[in-house]
Design a protein around this ligand. Structure first.
Ligand SMILES: [Mg+2]
Length: 105
């Protein structure tokens, strides 16, 4: 597979700052998104959607970096498909009134 512009960019970040630092950045970006969503709920929805979008973008970028760092794209895609299927099953069950359990892990 040819490296894309993004994989080259992420490799550069990894070379410059290292694996541990990039993992820490992923954790921090997830925390920022958590805080923004918490503010959204706590402050009566008075958070701009652009602020939430910005934090989601940060997290998405860091998630793709983690996938690259650990070389786990195939496993992530496989897990995502399984979990989406599970979610669909929960929804179908809930619609039939069989269960209210929405934990999707
Ligand atoms: Mg952020």
């Amino acid at each position: 597979m040819n490296p894309t512009k993004e994989t080259i960019l992420f490799d550069d970040a990894l070379t410059l700052w290292g694996k541990e630092f990039q993992i820490m950045m992923a954790i921090e970006e997830m925390a920022e998104l958590m805080q923004k969503l918490s503010h959204y709920l706590r402050k009566n929805r008075k958070v701009k959607y652009t602020e939430i979008a910005s934090e989601i973008a940060d997290v998405q970028i860091m998630m793709r970096q983690l996938i690259q760092i650990f070389c786990i794209l195939d496993i992530v895609n496989q897990q995502e498909a399984l979990k989406l299927n599970k979610l669909q099953q929960y929804i179908e069950k809930a619609k039939r009134g069989e269960s209210a359990d929405s934990s999707q892990s």
